[in-house]
Each structure stands twice: as C-alpha cells, then as structure tokens.
Design a protein. Structure first.
Length: 359
C-alpha cells in the first residue's frame, strides 16, 4: 500500500501537466518554420578571364553568384579577411594587392539561426597599378582633394533643364555610397537641381582602366553619365580634346546603357557608340568600365564588352586620345539625350559605390 500511495503522488501531477500542455498547444495552426537552407551553389566569374588571361584581366574583380533553397540571407568570406552579409544572390568584389593569388571563398546561406556553408577556390590576378580611387567611405561632402564641380545652368550646349550645385541636397556621401540626386525644385531660375562633379585640376591620366560601380536613377528625363574629357579642353576646345562616355542612360529608354566616343571626326550625335540592355540598372549595382590603350577603347558592364573603338585610320581627327583626361560624374535632366521630363518626376539619385583607375 505504501508503494502504491507513492506512485499515485507522482502520477497525478504528471497527468495534470500533460493535460495542460495539450490544452495550450493543441490548437497551434502556425508552426514555426525551422527548416535549414539546402542546395547551396556558388560560382565565381573572373572579370576579363579568357584563354590568354585565365586569372582575369588584372583588375582583381570577381562576380560571385550563389543561391540556396529556403535561404533569406548570405554571408561571404572572401578569403582575405573581408566578410559581407547580403540578401542578394550576386555580388561583385575587387581584390587588391599584386600578383596571382589563391583565395578560399566561403559562403554561408542563412534562415534565422539555421545555415549551411560551402567554399570555392579562385585564382585571381591583380595588377599593382591602382593610381586613383575613391571608395566614398567618409560621410558628408566628397573629398575636395579629389573632386571639384561645374556649377550653374544651361547644360553646356545640351539644352538641359537643371541647375548644377555642390549642395549636400544634390551630392553627398552616406553609408559608403556617393549619391548624386536630381530634384524637381525651383532654384536660381531653373526648375530642377542636380550635381556635376569632376577631377579636373585634381587628377587626370593617360591610358589605363576605369571602373565605376554604380546604380542609376530612374524617371523620364533623367540622364546620368560617367565620362571623361581631355584636360587640354581649355586650350584646344571641344571636341578636339576628345570625350569618352563610359556610361550614359536615359530614363526614357530605361535599361539601355550606352558608351560613346566624341572626336573631331564624329561628335554630338556621334556614330561611335555601342550599348547593351540591363533590366535592373536602377535597382542593382553594376561595374561600368573602359580600358584605354594606345590602340583602342573597350567598354564593358560587369566584364561584358558591348563596344570597342579602334579607328582604322588614327590621326588627330579620329584619335585625340594621346593626352590626359579627367573624370566626370553627373545627372542631367532633359536635354538632347535625356528627352522629355516626366511631369510626375520629383527626385532620383545615381548611387556610386566606388571609382578605381588602374594603369
């Protein structure tokens, strides 16, 4: 009897607890999803890699693509100490240093605290000749040791509608990104404002590779540009100085990014142009580049070439590119390329992650 009594003392509380658990949890219709990501894949595209350059073109830029079922975010360890977390499934990255180096890259796919990991080994070539860069890491106005501005209205012959300022309303660095913002506002007699920044008098170069990682504005009438002019423009004028349009985009032709050469033999509505179509130019960053040698200009986006300028006959009329050039970033409104401005436009920005010049 004593043993039975003791058993009853323990059995009764256990039954009560079990009953309470069933009563509280039995109607849960929204179970927590604790499934772990699966099927993680990774690929690495070395920019400029080909039969002659299996380790890339020397820029050190790699475009990583990765995906996993049931993943909401990713963490990438680039094998050199740099780690990035992102919800995107593709990201470009530029290695620095010099020479040919192996890197073990680790990617982890996460959902809440559940994750899986996978690695890939790449061998990348990095040229040592980085001669100019701005990573836009310091908040506020751009570095005055590197940048100056064109100010005013008129569009320099392009019939543009904006007034260029150097106000932080129109040009500012925040969270590691340079933003050039075009706005609809009444300012100094103009209906729009924006910014046009340049390295004139601060930095110029002859021959090399320019890379700019950027996301473009949108809206009818927007006209963002990443381009160069000859530093001798003040003495020989335009187009004798030569103009290199690395990237131009019109919001009225959304997704078509173009490159162009302006020379004494073909300028304004030049025939020296090429383009490619990218559906996400205003929602994703891309690397816009030109490689300038003594013989040609090669234009690309994310390593995909869409235009090469290599005139059959080279003289001062077709090739005014034996002198230094400086960089220009701007967002124009309307004009001969931008076209009609959408009446509903209020503001939009060109965002730039970095600019790098190699030689």
């Amino acid at each position: 009897m004593l043993i039975l009594f003791k058993l009853r003392k323990f059995i009764l509380p256990i039954l009560l607890i079990s009953t309470l658990l069933i009563a509280c949890g039995g109607d849960d219709s929204d179970p927590i999803d604790t499934s772990t990501p699966s099927n993680l894949t990774i690929t690495a595209n070395l920019v400029g890699a080909n039969t002659n350059n299996p380790n890339g073109d020397g820029s050190g830029t790699v475009i990583f693509n990765f995906s996993a079922d049931n993943a909401t975010s990713y963490k990438i360890n680039f094998g050199n100490g740099d780690i990035i977390e992102t919800s995107a499934k593709s990201i470009p990255y530029t290695y620095t240093g010099a020479g040919i180096t192996n890197y073990n890259v680790f990617v982890s796919a996460y959902k809440a605290d559940k994750f899986i990991s996978k690695s890939i080994t790449i061998t990348i070539k990095v040229n040592s000749g980085l001669i100019f860069s701005d990573e836009f890491d310091t908040p506020g106005s751009p570095n005055t040791n590197k940048w100056t501005y064109d100010l005013g209205a008129g569009g320099w012959g392009n019939n543009e509608s904006q007034y260029y300022t150097n106000r932080t309303d129109n040009v500012v660095i925040a969270n590691g990104i340079l933003k050039i913002t075009a706005k609809k506002e009444s300012y100094q007699g103009a209906a729009y404002t924006s910014a046009r920044m340049k390295t004139q008098g601060k930095f110029d170069f002859k021959q090399g590779k320019v890379e700019v990682r950027a996301k473009l504005p949108q809206g009818g009438g927007t006209w963002p540009a990443i381009w160069m002019l000859g530093s001798n423009i003040s003495t020989v004028g335009w187009p004798a100085c030569g103009e290199v349009d690395i990237m131009e985009h019109a919001g009225n032709r959304q997704g078509i990014v173009s490159s162009a050469m302006h020379t004494p033999s073909s300028y304004g509505n030049t025939s020296n142009t090429g383009s490619q179509t990218l559906a996400d130019v205003s929602t994703a960053f891309h690397v816009y580049a030109v490689e300038w040698t003594s013989q040609s200009m090669v234009f690309s986006v994310d390593g995909v070439v869409h235009y090469t300028y290599n005139p059959a006959i080279k003289n001062s009329s077709t090739w005014p590119f034996d002198s230094n050039q400086f960089l220009i970033f701007n967002v124009a409104m309307g004009g001969t390329f931008g076209g009609a401005i959408d009446s509903n436009f209020t503001e939009s920005s060109m965002e730039i992650d970095y600019v790098r010049v190699y030689q």
